[in-house]
Design a protein around this ligand. Structure first.
Ligand code: ADP
Ligand code: MG
Length: 612
């Protein structure tokens, strides 16, 4: 008797297991299968990725299905289309000797009609992603009112991706008399909540150490002045040449804006937000999956369900309004057993929010410094050197070699290396030479800090029946800001002053443009800017564009009423000629012409990389 027989599996399964070449059950299988076979019980099973959870629920499920009935008896919910297909394949393998057992996959991005037709033919087991499942339940294309087994696979991932409501919805259409099996790699609070809400005294199985959260994600924060946010973002990207990231903004508008700026500055970036058509979003996701986009700028809603592994960094360009959302964001990285980094760019006034997030994630943040120009030059240089050393020689070059060799005759290897690397190094060096320190200076504990706050003049005062409190209330209401967001209100006779966090300064000016209060034209202006801090150019990957760009380093840096109209991509430098398959996501911008003279080594590297 082999070990699979010992845990109670029948012949048809044993034969399939033999075909697959499994010799012994894994630990989670050994623990879960006998219990699930013998009892009708709920179960919570925690085990790391790759420990064989699919078979742990798949074997007992298949053995328990009544193949004589064509009714749907088992429902498996899994977070992504890929997993959904993978599980379906596995189950089909396991059940190949069960005549009449049908397993059907249901997932988004494919024809719902085809899927409905497959189900109509009879599917005892459905493997589904929550979004599409809910859709089909609502349209009455599936009937799950008689299922006996419901499996939540990768429950932590599903919750991370924001599927809580869909899951709740779906479960409300299932009978209460059923067994629910929850499988998860980690047991964060949200999973515990689900278990409590939807399960009755589940048997709990843990393999390895119980992992409370996405501990393979490290959390970092960077304190900058609000107007340096964008420059800081570029530095972080430049300091991580292999970055493959999702960048979160709070609004669609900011998402679009940041993506456009990144594209303009030569990065492989694209926006993902609700104002794009489904088709545009699909295109963006396709390019992202194919690594043609390295920086995907997204809103929280649009990023729901991003199921891309290998994301190296999540960058919180702005913190979410609800700090609970942070876990959903950071969960986009550190998947499938890989490690990841979640970075937060904060202004001084937001630092206190970090504490709140630490409490929620049960992990602490590391405060880090935005790298300076020299560090970035070094990183880029060694990155390039590394790439070159790994490069396979293309022998098409051989025939040109004599002429090239002639050109470099008389140079030592050292001189040649210096020259060669200078091509790229000089580009970054010039760009970052004299770059400013972007880290916010001074105490970061103080909430109300001048350095980060913009002072405004407003042409109403005591004469208009305002005192500081009523003016503050008026401003809060008009600007739709919170209690702490308007401060240092000072009311004079016919005018007043107030402060608002610099990150909101642009918004303040926008709202008060053409604003009337009790028939009177209200005029709001910035009185003084935070003292003496020059902006830095920040990073960028395209050649030589630094000078041209500096003065145009646009609306993010400084409140300006000019809006976007003055923004031309103008003299902005010989571009590296990178592929911009991201155009679909940037609201229909046309791709910049590429291939000008500095079609740099780096960009060819990029191009190569994106084909992987
Ligand atoms: P998890 O869901 O825990 O991440 P999977 O169920 O996807 O893990 O299994 C990971 C891999 O291990 C799969 O390729 C699967 O075929 C294989 N596997 C599962 N159980 C066994 C076993 N008992 N012996 C050998 N390989 C197994
Ligand atoms: Mg799995």
């Amino acid at each position: 008797m082999n070990n699979f027989e010992l845990i109670g599996l029948n012949d048809a399964l044993l034969q399939a297991i033999k075909d697959m070449g499994f010799e012994n059950p894994s630990e989670v299988q050994e623990k879960a299968i006998p219990i699930l076979l013998q009892e009708d019980t709920d179960m919570v099973a925690l085990a790391q990725t790759g420990t064989g959870k699919t078979a742990a629920f798949g074997f007992p499920l298949i053995q328990k299905i009544n193949v004589d009935s064509r009714k749907t008896q088992g429902l498996i919910l899994s977070p992504t289309r890929e997993l959904c297909l993978q599980i379906t394949n596995e189950l089909k393998n396991y059940s190949k000797y069960f005549k009449g057992l049908n397993t059907v996959a249901i997932y988004g991005g494919a024809s719902i009609t085809d899927q409905a037709a497959q189900i109509k033919k009879g599917a005892q087991i459905i493997v589904a992603t929550p979004g599409r499942m809910q859709d089909m339940v609502n349209r009455r294309l599936v009937d799950i009112s008689n299922i006996q087994y419901c499996i939540l696979d990768e429950a932590d991932e599903m919750l991370n991706m924001g599927f809580y409501e869909d899951i709740t919805e779906i479960l409300s259409h299932t009978p209460s008399e059923k067994s629910t099996w929850l499988f998860s790699a980690t047991m964060p609070k949200e999973v515990a909540t689900i278990a409590k809400k939807f399960m009755r005294t589940p048997v709990e199985i843990t393999v390895g150490t119980k992992n409370m959260g996405t501990s393979n994600v490290s959390h970092e924060y960077y304190i900058v002045n609000a107007r340096d946010r964008y420059a800081a973002l570029k530095r972080l990207a430049d300091a991580n040449p292999d970055i493959f990231s999702v960048i979160f903004c709070r609004t669609k508008r900011d998402t679009q804006k940041v993506a456009e700026q990144l594209i303009e500055d030569g990065y492989n970036a694209a926006a993902l937000h609700g104002d794009l058509s489904q088709n545009q979003r699909d295109l963006v996701m396709k390019s992202f999956r194919a690594r043609q986009i390295q920086m995907l700028v997204a809103t929280d809603v649009a990023a729901r369900g991003i199921d891309v592994d290998d994301i190296t960094h999540v960058i919180n360009y702005q913190l979410p309004d609800e700090i609970e959302t942070y876990t959903h964001r950071s969960g986009r990285t550190g998947r499938a057993g890989k490690s990841g980094v979640s970075m937060v760019i904060v202004s001084k006034s937001e630092v206190r929010k970090i504490k709140g997030i630490e409490r929620i994630i049960g992990q602490s943040f590391e405060r880090k410094e935005i790298p300076d120009g020299r560090e970035i030059c070094e990183v880029q240089l060694f990155h390039l050197a590394n790439e070159i050393s790994k490069t396979e020689i293309n022998h098409e070059i051989d025939k040109y070699l004599p002429s090239i060799a002639e050109l470099f005759e008389g140079l030592t290897k050292e001189e040649l290396l210096k020259k060669f690397f200078s091509v790229e190094f000089t580009r970054f060096f010039n760009y970052y030479n004299n770059a400013q320190d972007l880290n916010a200076k001074g105490s970061t504990e103080v909430y109300e800090d001048e350095g980060d706050s913009t002072r405004f003049f407003i042409n109403v005062g005591a004469k208009d029946d305002f005192d500081w409190m009523s003016l503050k209330d008026f401003l809060k209401a008009t600007l739709d800001l919170g209690r702490d967001d308007v401060n240092r209100v000072e009311v004079k006779d016919s005018f007043s002053f107030f402060n608002v966090d610099s990150s909101k300064a642009e918004e303040v000016l926008r709202i008060f443009q053409d604003f009337k209060h009790q028939g009177r034209h209200i005029n709001v202006e910035i009185t003084k800017k935070s003292a003496g801090k020059e902006r830095s150019g920040g990073g960028g990957r395209k050649g030589g564009g630094y000078k041209g760009r500096d003065k145009g380093e646009r609306s993010f840096d400084k409140p300006s009423r000019g809006g976007d109209k003055g923004r031309r991509r103008s003299s902005d430098a010989p571009s590296g000629g990178k592929r911009r398959s991201s155009d679909a996501g940037s609201g229909g911008r046309k791709g910049k012409k590429s291939g000008s003279r500095s079609s740099s080594i780096e960009s060819s590297i990029k191009r190569r990389r994106s084909k992987k």
